[in-house]
Design a protein around this ligand. Structure first.
Ligand code: GDP
Ligand code: IMO
Ligand code: MG
Length: 426
């Protein structure tokens, strides 16, 4: 049995935290797409961990963690991630397996990403510059280097040919890039040797066997639905399918094996990087959300743009993913606002609409809001939904009614323990 957990907004919804909270119910956690552009934060025992490539189930004793074929791996970042984790838990290596079919991010992929963004200037995507776009381009262009290639003597020939091609491409950009390719490659080769300590597997076979053995699997998404290459705010998206379909292609699992689809959203909205954002705030409320929510990118440290909750976008994401249950994150960040707003419709070229049009640029789309009364209590120490302020209950009830999907978890702080299960109510 497989459950899916994914973000419904523009990423950073709190996926890492919830995967960590839910892992005790699962035997296996498997990442299905994205790469080190992701930053998944977990907090427990007064410690904070940020994961980029490693699945967020890694801190649990009995879970196996799979990096699926849909993921792109930068060995250098992967090694740095493990170097930080091993002192906490030296059994980590044995709790991790990597798909042979996952693609590798070469140093030149990241350079190409930088060159492309520099050339775009003001119209840049706002990429994390981790080489994600160029690596997926090589995957679909059928030029990529895969983890399984590392098991053959010819891998360095393939690496050199691809890297050389990239260097020629970089030469075609009218931008200045300062790099030492020998040094970058030496670090890469060292990291590849380190990576061999992890078992490379045919992860689709591993997961099929696990399904036959009645194991419970949680598929962990990265980024968010509005960054999906097909359904996001193109071209301001990432280069993978972040939506439910991505779990099938990114792990080799069939759609009819998926049971629950857990959709994660913040009680408001954030976005990092460029692109349209209808409910974005440029006022004091926006500043308050950013400050109280500590909204800085977990991977790049960039400030996140903040705005009110957008139900039009959430409805769209719920439909595309087939979400069966919702988790609302960072409810505590809304404490202290006199009034809260929720976008229920868009004014699209003078018409009130409830669906996401082709282009949600502010030129065409303005949000239509419903106002709610806020609450002043600090809710970070609450342990039971019966203690929620009435105004928070009203906020939750309205969202559930509009989205026609139960909110099973309300998160009231970054720590593992600050997680309220509403099963008894919902
Ligand atoms: P992810 O990429 O979806 O895993 O999310 P990130 O880790 O990038 O961003 C979520 C941020 O919010 C992290 O800093 C978390 O520690 C933090 N966080 C998660 N849940 C809550 C919550 O309920 N309240 C507060 N205040 N912070 C939270
Ligand atoms: P998690 O998993 C938020 C954004 C970037 C940029 C766009 C393309 O932590 O939620 P890319 O590096 O993929 O070429 O960047 O996507 N982006 C994210 N935003 N959270 C993420 O991951 C993101 N991964 C990429 O900011 O706008
Ligand atoms: Mg993140």
């Amino acid at each position: 049995m497989i459950d899916l957990l994914l973000g419904l907004q523009w990423g950073d919804e709190g996926k890492g935290k919830i995967v960590d909270v839910l892992t005790s119910k699962y035997d296996i956690v498997a990442r299905f797409q994205g790469g080190p552009n992701a930053g998944h934060t977990l907090e427990f025992d007064q410690k904070k961990h940020v994961l980029h490539t490693i699945p967020s189930g890694i801190f649990h004793e009995n879970s196996m963690n799979i990096v699926g074929n849909g993921v792109v791996i930068d060995p250098v970042i992967f090694k740095a991630e493990l170097d930080k984790l091993i002192p906490h838990d030296n059994s980590i290596i044995s709790k991790l397996k990597i798909s042979r079919k996952a693609h590798l991010i070469l140093p030149t992929h990241a350079l190409l990403d930088k060159a492309s963004e520099l050339q775009k200037g003001k119209s840049k995507i706002g990429s994390t510059l981790k080489g994600i776009g160029p690596t997926y381009m090589d995957k679909t262009g059928r030029n990529g280097l895969r983890v399984g290639d590392l098991e053959f003597d010819t891998w360095k020939d393939k690496f050199n040919a691809l890297s050389q091609k990239h260097l020629e491409l970089i030469g075609n950009y009218q931008v200045e890039l300062d790099f030492d390719i020998e040094k970058l490659n030496a670090t890469f080769f060292e990291a590849v040797e380190f990576m061999r300590r992890i078992e490379f597997i045919d992860s689709e076979n591993y997961l099929h066997k696990a399904i036959n053995d009645n194991k419970k699997i949680l598929a962990e998404g990265a980024q968010g639905s509005l960054l999906d290459i097909d359904f996001g705010t193109y071209p301001f998206v990432t280069s993978s399918n972040t939506t439910a379909a991505g779990a099938c292609t990114g792990l080799g699992i069939a759609p009819n094996q998926i049971k629950n689809v857990i959709g994660i959203f913040k009680a408001y909205t954030t976005r990092v990087g460029s692109g349209p954002f209808p409910t974005e705030l440029f006022d004091k409320d926006g500043e308050t959300l950013a400050r109280v929510g500590n909204e800085f990118g977990a991977t790049t440290g960039r400030p996140r743009r903040c705005g009110w909750l957008d139900l039009v976008a959430l409805k769209y994401a719920i439909r595309i993913n087939g979400v069966t249950e919702l988790n609302m994150m960072k409810a505590d960040v809304l404490s202290g606002f006199d009034k809260l707003k929720v976008c229920t419709h868009y004014n699209y070229k003078g018409e009130s609409i409830e669906h996401l049009p082709f282009d949600i640029n502010e030129k065409y789309v303005q949000p239509i809001y419903k106002e709610f009364k806020g609450w002043s209590q600090d809710i970070t120490a609450i342990s039971d939904p019966s203690e929620f302020p009435e105004e928070l209950n009203e906020y939750i009830a309205f969202i559930e009614q509009e989205l026609k999907t139960p909110i099973k978890i309300v998160s009231v702080g970054p720590d593992r323990t600050q997680t309220i299960f509403r099963d008894a109510i919902g």
